[in-house]
Design a binder for this molecule. Structure first.
Ligand code: SF4
Ligand code: MG
Length: 328
């Protein structure tokens, strides 16, 4: 039972020379089958580390999962045997990264690398595996798949290479696909095409899709729900419409104002002043307070703000969420 993937109260620490960094500090979210969850935040907020914890690819040490659960259909991966855990991760939870070129092996053809997955994990013959490779390149809409299957990674454009990565990720029919900044290295038109492709494949295959990004602009059209992370915590969560229409945390509001607009070209874009905190030295109270234009004295001490229920499907970890919304 349970959704394909749920993360409960996840804690990840890094031991650094400067002390212990609380990189992920009590994070909760889930994704349903056929749904897209976007996880949004600046670099260093803990979003990639969260994904790495789910995939079991954290750099340990210095990183360590110090608390929480990673539930695959209700089963905690962290409590499974290493063998079982690896089986779930290899077959059911796939991930793609920003840098498709370094994720592919330059000395083998794309077709060979795809076919290997079917040979190793499905025990297919060479011929059947190659046919599957062509089928997958077709699935991700690479033109002339039958010819391109014998090309090497460097013979593909950045966008086509990311399509190859998506093909590899989908090869074993995962329930959940995690995409960490999948389009950041690509130009704007190609970004939109890749996002559209991911959304289509998610629908066709009824997968849970988790999109990790720093750019609120790229997920507006494809996400169902959005969770915004700051300094290792989720500070706001809502469905996509609510979050764009009525951001209820100052950080989200600032991220929205930082989306470049065509009509603002050449003008001073609104960016968030200051930098995210060092995770070895997270400010007391609300971690966002040094950068927050809404901050009051109560924000600067004590515990981090709890997640207040703005409505049934919208939470904000800001004491002053009503002021941020500007509701009467
Ligand atoms: Fe700003 Fe205070 Fe809200 Fe934090 S709790 S976001 S500092 S107003
Ligand atoms: Mg990252």
């Amino acid at each position: 039972g349970g959704p394909p993937l749920a993360v409960k109260d996840l804690h990840v620490e890094f031991r650094t020379r400067a002390g212990i960094a609380q990189v992920v500090n009590g994070v909760n979210f889930h994704v349903e089958a056929g749904e897209t969850l976007a996880i949004l935040g600046e670099s260093g907020c803990g979003k990639s580390v969260t994904a790495q914890a789910i995939m079991g690819i954290l750099d340990t040490p210095p990183a360590a999962i110090t608390g929480g659960e990673i539930l695959y259909h209700g089963t905690d991966l962290l409590k499974l045997s290493e063998v079982k855990r690896r089986e779930v991760r290899a077959n059911q939870i796939a991930m793609i990264f920003q840098d498709a070129l370094s994720a592919l092996n330059p000395v083998f053809t794309v077709g060979f690398q795809l076919a290997e997955l079917f040979r190793v994990h499905r025990g297919m013959s060479r011929k059947d595996a190659k046919a599957k490779a062509v089928e997958l390149l077709d699935l991700v809409k690479i033109p002339a798949a039958r010819q391109r299957v014998t090309d090497y990674p460097h013979q593909f454009s950045g966008g086509m290479r990311q399509r190859v990565m998506i093909a590899m990720a989908l090869a074993l029919d995962p329930d959940v696909l995690i995409a960490d900044e999948p389009t950041t290295a690509l130009d704007v038109t190609v970004q939109a095409q890749i996002m559209k492709l991911l959304a289509e494949l998610k629908d066709e295959r009824n997968m849970g899709l988790i999109l990790i990004t720093h750019d609120m602009g790229v997920v507006a059209d494809v996400a169902d729900r959005i969770s915004v992370m700051y300094a290792g915590r989720i500070v706001e969560r809502a469905n996509v419409h609510d979050i764009y229409a009525k951001p209820s945390h100052p950080y989200t509001k600032a991220l929205l104002q930082a989306i470049p607009r065509l009509d603002q070209k050449g003008e001073d874009l609104s960016v968030i002043k200051g930098l995210p905190p060092l995770l070895t030295d997270i400010p007391p109270g609300c971690a966002f307070h040094p950068r927050c234009t809404f901050a009051q004295d109560t924000c600067k001490t004590g515990e981090a703000p709890p997640e207040y229920a703005v409505n049934a499907s919208h939470d904000s970890a800001c004491h002053f969420w009503k002021d941020v919304r500007g509701d009467d």
